[in-house]
Design a binder for this molecule. Structure first.
Ligand SMILES: N[C@@H](CCC(=O)N[C@@H](CS)C(=O)NCC(=O)O)C(=O)O
Length: 200
């Protein structure tokens, strides 16, 4: 059976859980306690030398980077991917954008708004302000695309789950995206799916 190395606070691990559920692939979970330094232990680094979750293990394959994992799962199942090269390239585009841009403000925001408070430390309000502004700028780009297309690559694909997973911790991070009408309609449809609910 596939094994997913997971961390309960990770939106990227959440992304993989949703896609596994969506494809009805059975898997077992192993929790990696990132805040206790488990990502830097030798055993885990032998699976992912980058020391981050998620990692998907299947026989001799240990695959890291959540977007590589969801693309692998979709290709294996021949689901959640358009059949034409142009459609597949759009899926890649949105997944690359998620990792390179949309997810980036989440890292400092999670540090300031979630992790520091766990250790009784006050958030740096300047970081919160600038990173929240950047996240909303990128959300506006998403809104403009979703005003024209029901799904990111034209049909439901792993790109939708990949990008939407970034919004999963928005409440805890104080990110108010309620003004983005099309983004919210798209997100509500994804959140209503059994795969999403089961992954929560
Ligand atoms: N681009 C990577 C990002 C992975 C990542 O940042 N994982 C976080 C949790 S969401 C992590 O394990 N952080 C631990 C650390 O940085 O030490 C992916 O999509 O898998």
């Amino acid at each position: 059976m596939l094994k997913l190395y997971n961390w309960k606070l990770s939106p990227n691990a959440f992304k993989v859980r949703v896609v596994l559920n969506e494809l009805n692939v059975p898997f077992e979970l192993e929790e990696i306690e990132i805040l206790q330094g488990a990502g830097q232990k030798t055993d885990f680094l032998s699976l992912n030398p980058n020391g981050k979750v998620p990692v998907l293990e299947e026989d001799a394959l240990a695959l890291w980077e959540s977007n590589a994992i969801v693309l692998y799962l979709a290709r294996k199942a021949s689901q959640l991917l358009p059949s034409d090269p142009a459609g597949q390239a759009l899926v890649d585009q949105w997944l690359f954008w998620q990792a390179a841009h949309y997810y980036q403000p989440i890292i400092p925001l999670a540090m300031e708004k979630m992790i520091k408070p766990m250790f009784q430390q006050a958030p740096d309000e300047e970081i919160v302000l600038t990173q929240s502004r950047e996240f909303l700028r990128l959300s506006n780009l998403l809104e403009n695309h979703l005003a024209q297309y029901e799904y990111l690559a034209g049909e439901l694909s792993v790109a939708d789950f990949g990008v939407a997973s970034t919004l999963y911790p928005r409440v805890q991070l104080g990110l108010d995206v309620s003004g983005f009408k099309f983004l919210n309609e798209w997100l509500s449809k994804l959140e209503a799916r059994d795969s999403w609910q089961k992954a929560l």
